[in-house]
Design a binder for this molecule. Sequence first.
Ligand code: 2BA
Length: 109
Amino acid sequence: MKLIIAVVQDKDSNRLSNALVEAEFRATKLASTGGFLKAGNSTFLIGTEDEKVEEVMEIIKQNCKAREQLVAPVSPMGGNADSYVPYPVEIQVGGATVFVVPVEQFEQF
Ligand code: 2BA
């Protein structure tokens, strides 16, 4: 068994939830915050059999889109003003960041 941990953008999380339920996968959705943007995102925990991991990956790929996002400049507090960029910078936030980890034991009581 594997545990798939997928960090996705909030905008995609409902669609992904629905697609997982429709395909009869069990999932837990956690409200999370990205360390860099400090903006809300969603983390899915999906426990599934090894042979179904690829199917879950495909569902994630089909339901999560990469997007451009503007990051507002942060003024240097007593720092080096030479490296300060006074305009917003565009970054690409991925459709999904996915980790697949082995599950040693799975129980439901
Ligand atoms: P955030 O940490 O808010 O990062 C949002 C986006 O900002 C990232 O998109 C990346 O394009 C950019 N970014 C992040 N750290 C950066 C840095 N030190 N310098 C420059 N740009 C940086 P993604 O890579 O697609 O990540 C989306 C979200 O997935 C992240 O939100 C974070 O919540 C999660 N994530 C990504 N990589 C992770 C990792 N290795 N471990 C745990 N969570 C991760």
